[in-house]
Design a protein around this ligand. Structure first.
Ligand code: HEM
Length: 439
């Protein structure tokens, strides 16, 4: 039993003074949830969403406490009631019959298993390897801008924010970068169950697409086993379990990762490495367009670049929230949480908590504590790709500000500018116009 904090009122649906929290399945609330977050911070910082039976944790301190207590809030989804829906069962059957039932690795594990996979992957994401990527990221940013600079306009999401991280992650993994649109389709299918509530038929349809990805990846594993290359897939297929394995499964030492483990690791890298950074790029530019004073400040003083990146990740976090499972009856902020409950740590809400960030709804690229956001998570599962994502954001905004003046919306956005997603924050589009500087 663990109690994270007990300072707030309970969220008791049905009681006379329970606040009316709108449904997160309502596209309008998903699109602009910030008033709802403010209400939750004040009145019900842990809210049970009846529509999908999960407990959303919204305050900054509570979110950090949950993220650093893996014994009570596990990353292993096995015991979660919501995973046992008819849609999940239908998808699992298709994987069992015609694909790979993914092993639980990294993000779906707790220590000591997590520590083991994390160390393995950290060796593929070394600071040296990441540093060496910067010239390639800069080059790609300029190539993408070359593709539209002369026209004075572009659709920023499809012309820049998707291809930049898509091509970089493909090149790093060792996948054919010219096929990044296919990987995007696969990543969407991989994430579909986490984005919305699916019928069994929809779940099977997405699973069919994911099977395509699994079979393609299995061919890549086989090819790298035969002929290694300088890429992360080669590294993973040739990585053998290290000494940490002794504490997990003594028979596993010296065994290479299984295809089921590799499928799960690649699933996380493809989904983690793609749409998150796409959302961060699109949101960052849209924030500058909506706040011309901040854009002018950044143009005048580029030393604000890192703080601008942190402030935009704080202000509109690309990963809105992720799940844990309560391993025992517990309570957070005075709300009881039953054993087996799905708990969503809502990073996006925590990053707007007034108790941590003064005037949280003001976008201020000079905010002194912007870097305290938890948009990349916190604790053991802190984002493996944070360094890479930051490098992509730094190179992208440097090149965009150097080469494009007068950036503005080319036409108004849709009334609901984001794709519906329970977890991520993808912009549907960002049509812009500008004057090329000739730089
Ligand atoms: C702006 C871009 C990104 C954001 C906002 C982001 C956000 C996050 C967050 C919030 C977590 C924590 C998960 C948890 O608490 O369970 C996470 C973990 C992770 N991220 Fe990212 N991410 C980004 C970019 C990337 C990139 C580029 C990659 C791959 C190269 C990546 C791969 C991963 C992986 C593999 C994990 C799981 C780590 C673990 O469980 O130990 N992410 N990310």
């Amino acid at each position: 039993m663990s109690s994270v904090s007990t300072t707030a009122s309970h969220d008791e649906p049905g009681t006379a003074d329970a606040p009316q929290i709108g449904s997160f399945l309502d596209p309008a609330i998903q699109d602009d949830p910030f008033d709802t977050y403010a209400l939750m911070h004040e009145r019900c910082p842990v809210h049970r969403l009846p529509e999908n039976d999960l407990y959303m944790v919204t305050r900054y301190d509570d979110a950090k406490s949950v993220l650093t207590d893996p014994q009570t809030f596990s990353n292993d989804p096995t015991g979660t009631a919501r995973r046992n829906s008819s849609a999940s069962r239908a998808a699992a059957q298709v994987f069992a019959e015609r694909g790979w039932v993914r092993a639980k690795t990294l993000q779906r594990t707790d220590p000591p298993n997590h520590t083991h996979y994390r160390r393995l992957l950290s060796r593929a994401f070394t600071a040296k390897r990441m540093e060496s990527l910067v010239p390639r990221i800069e080059q790609l940013c300029h190539e993408l801008i070359d593709g539209f600079a002369d026209t004075g306009a572009c659709e920023f999401v499809s012309d820049f924010a998707l291809p930049l991280p898509g091509i970089i992650i493909c090149e790093q993994l060792g996948l054919d970068a010219s096929e990044y649109p296919t990987f995007k389709r696969w990543a969407d299918a991989m994430l579909a169950t986490a984005q919305k509530v699916l019928t069994p038929a929809e779940a099977v349809e997405y699973t069919e697409t994911e099977l395509e990805a699994q079979h393609h990846l299995a061919r890549e594993f086989a090819a790298r086993r035969a002929v290694p290359a300088d890429d992360i897939i080669s590294w993973l297929v040739h990585a053998h379990l290290d000494d940490d394995a002794a504490s997990i499964n003594s028979t596993a030492i010296d065994e290479p990762l299984t295809d089921e483990e590799l499928q799960d690791l690649l699933h996380q890298l493809v989904t983690g490495g793609f749409e998150t950074t796409t959302a961060a790029l699109g949101t960052g530019l849209w924030l500058l367009i909506r706040h011309p004073d901040q854009m002018a400040k950044l143009r005048a003083d580029r030393s604000l670049l890192n703080n601008f990146i942190d402030e935009s990740l704080r202000f509109d976090s690309p990963v809105a929230g992720l799940w844990r499972t309560a391993t025992c009856p517990t309570s957070v902020a005075g709300s009881e949480i039953p054993q087996g409950a799905a708990v969503m740590v809502r990073y996006a809400a925590a990053n707007r908590d007034a108790a941590k960030f003064a005037d949280p709804d003001v976008f201020d690229i000079e905010r002194p504590n912007a870097k305290d956001h938890i948009a990349f998570g916190w604790g053991n599962h802190f984002c493996v790709g944070a360094w890479l994502a930051r490098a992509e954001l730094r190179c992208a905004f440097t090149a965009l500000l150097d080469r494009l003046d007068g950036i503005e919306l080319a036409r108004p956005l849709d009334d609901l500018p984001h794709e519906f997603s329970f977890m991520l924050r993808p912009l549907k589009e960002l049509p812009i116009r500008f004057r090329a500087t000739g730089a």
